[in-house]
Structure formats: structure tokens, C-alpha cells
Design a protein around this ligand. Structure first.
Ligand SMILES: *Cc1c(COP(=O)(O)O)cnc(C)c1O
Length: 346
């Protein structure tokens, strides 16, 4: 890996961050707070929240088996994606490399930040080769984006290729593990200490059932996390979100029951779905959704909408012609989907 200073935009490396009242004084003993121009009424929402979310990180760290200094929390993973561009990629000069197809936000954030986005097509089994990504990279490639399990394909990326890429690439490798809780493959978090150029994204939006509170996590070396913390909005995670996430962390063992039942439903739904006349193929999945090639994706999508059932039409995505992406719902919801499609005719 190149020195972090060389990978970071010079203006970000030298940036002196905004210092909030809560940064300057963060001891807990005081009882009279006249430092932040807050209103003394309307407790507890009158007070600015902890800019570094220390109570929440103290609960996340042991569950994820990392140190609190290796955690960044943001307004969804989307914030972490955007910060990675703003921290490391000089607009109009630097570029990133990513697998294709994958999650659309990597490209949108590249376009917003005027950073060249280089796509490398996956194989027909939706796997990638580290050497192909490395061949697409050059001296101005700061980041490589991987997503495992990948969206919209659902499959895990091959672990040995991921490791090969991390070991050979001189820049930073981001592995988005939004669906890791549903996967049979272990998270890369266990390898974080071995790879200073690895950044792992996870989220509260999927297995944790908290898409509405907007909370994303990035895990990396304390040096990289320090850069994210320096450039984020001072109070990027609001108090209500921190409070709700703390409540979820305290019952984190209950989340496993949701996951178990969704995995059971996943097997059942896939088995039944494969019997439908409109189903031509179901791709292997390690996520809480599956990608399926159907006889006529647009027609089936519109038909399901007319029945009040919304799936995702991925027909226009690379390698996904006539594919629908279907999220695993509750058993009754999945049964409604199956019933509707049994009555479907071309
Ligand atoms: C759903 C999803 C996310 C979650 O994004 P949030 O902003 O945390 O809600 C991240 N990455 C991928 C690949 C996803 O599919």
C-alpha cells in the first residue's frame, strides 16, 4: 500500500477540521452547559448529540470484534461511500475501479464528485478476477469497490480473489458487506488488522431492520477512520438515531432470529419459485434477496404491480437481461407473490 498521505487529497490531509463546542468539552461531570447556544428547555432534544457516537461505538465494537477507533458511523452507508471519494479522489484527476454490475451508489457518488468510474465486467457466474481489476487501475486509481454478497446478483465474491486484490493493490479496497449477516461466508472484519488498505462497509438497513434510522458503518484502520471523522459533518448521526441503534445493539442476539427465519424463507421461496412456468433461472444467493431470469421481466413486473406486489426490475443492468430482483419477505408476503405468479400467463 502507498503511504496514506499519498492516497489522501492534499487539501484533506492538511485540513483543520471544524471544532464544535462538544469537541472542545466532552467530559460528563459538568451540569451547567452554556457553551453551545442550545436552548435549556426541551430535554433531551435540546442538546447536540455526541459527534463521535462513543456510547454506540462501545456497544458495536465487541459485537463486531473491532476497536471503537476502527469504526466510522454515518448517515447510511451512502455517507461513507461519499466520504471515501471526498477524502481520497481529486476531482477530474483521480479514478476508481469497480466490478460491474454492482450497487448503483458507487457510480452516482463518482459522478457527483467528478471522479472517473472504471467498470470491469464480472464473469458469467458473477465472479471477478483480481488481475482484471488491477489491469484497469493506474497510478491515479485511489479506490477499488467490491460488494460481497453483491447487489443485484446476490452471490458472494470469491474470497481468495478478494484477498489477492487487497494484497496486490497499492490503493484502498472497499468491500461493501451490506448483506454479510445473511451470508454463509465470514465477514472480512476478522482480517481488518492484517490489511491497512481495507475498508469494510456494513449497515443497519438490512438484517438489523433499521433502514429508516439511516445508520451505516465503515470499519478500517484508525488512521483511515480519523480522516473520515475529520471531514464528516460534525453532528452527522442525530440523537434519535444513536438512541435507537443503542436499543438495537442491546438486543442484538434477537436479530439472529430474524436472520434465521429469513434464511429459511429464502430456501422455501426459491424452491417454490423455481417451479413457476415464468421462471427460467435462479442465481445462487447469499443475501436476503435473489436474482431470477424470467420469461418477460417487464411484463411480469407490470403484472405484479397490478396485483399490488412490487419487485425490482433489473432488466437494464449489465448481464441482467430479463432479470427481477426479489427481496425475501414474510411467509404470507412470499405466498402472495407465488400465488400471483401461479395465475400469471403471458
Ligand atoms: C442496501 C445497501 C446498502 C445500504 O445503504 P444504507 O445507505 O446504509 O441504507 C449499502 N450497500 C449495498 C450494496 C446495499 O445493497
Amino acid at each position: 500500500m502507498k503511504p496514506l498521505k499519498e492516497l489522501t487529497r492534499p487539501n484533506i490531509w492538511t485540513l483543520k477540521p471544524y471544532s464544535s463546542a462538544r469537541d472542545e468539552y466532552n467530559g460528563a461531570e459538568a451540569s451547567v452547559f452554556l457553551d453551545a447556544n442550545e436552548n435549556p428547555y426541551n430535554t433531551p432534544n435540546n442538546r447536540y448529540p455526541d459527534p463521535l457516537q462513543r456510547d454506540l461505538k462501545a456497544l458495536i465494537a465487541p459485537v463486531k470484534k473491532v476497536n471503537p477507533e476502527q469504526i466510522f458511523l454515518g448517515n447510511g452507508s451512502d455517507e461513507a461511500i461519499d466520504l471515501a471519494y471526498r477524502a481520497f479522489c481529486r476531482p477530474g484527476i483521480d479514478n476508481v475501479v469497480a466490478i460491474d454490475p454492482t450497487y448503483g451508489m458507487y457510480q452516482v457518488c463518482a459522478d457527483v464528485n467528478d471522479v472517473e468510474y472504471r467498470k470491469v465486467l464480472l464473469d458469467n457466474d458473477f465472479q471477478f478476477q483480481a488481475d482484471k481489476l488491477l489491469a484497469a487501475a493506474d497510478d491515479n486509481t485511489k479506490l477499488i469497490f467490491l460488494c460481497s454478497p453483491n447487489n443485484p446478483t446476490g452471490n458472494n465474491l470469491c474470497r481468495s480473489e478478494i484477498i489477492k486484490l487487497i494484497e496486490k493493490f497499492q490503493g484502498l479496497v472497499i468491500v461493501d458487506e451490506a448483506y454479510a449477516d445473511f451470508s454463509s461466508q465470514a465477514s472480512l472484519l476478522a482480517d481488518l488488522d492484517n490489511y491497512p488498505n481495507l475498508i469494510v462497509f456494513q449497515t443497519f438497513s438490512k438484517a438489523w431492520g433499521c433502514a429508516a434510522i439511516r445508520l451505516g458503518m465503515a470499519f478500517a484502520s484508525p488512521e483511515i477512520i480519523g480522516i473520515f471523522n475529520k471531514i464528516k459533518y460534525p453532528y452527522n448521526v442525530n440523537r434519535l438515531t444513536q438512541q435507537e441503534a443503542i436499543r438495537m445493539m442491546r438486543k442484538h442476539y434477537e436479530i439472529q432470529r430474524w436472520i434465521d427465519s429469513l434464511l429459511e424463507e429464502r430456501s422455501r421461496l426459491i424452491k417454490e419459485f423455481a417451479k413457476l412456468p415464468c421462471c427460467r433461472h435462479i442465481y445462487p444467493t447469499d443475501a436476503n434477496f435473489f436474482l431470477t431470469k424470467v420469461t418477460d421481466a417487464k411484463h411480469i413486473y407490470d403484472y405484479l404491480v397490478s396485483k399490488g406486489i412490487i419487485v425490482r426490475n433489473r432488466s437494464n443492468i449489465t448481464l441482467c437481461k430479463d432479470c427481477l430482483r426479489i427481496t425475501i419477505g414474510t411467509r404470507p408476503e412470499n405466498d402472495m407473490l407465488l400465488e400471483a405468479l401461479k395465475q400469471y400467463s403471458e
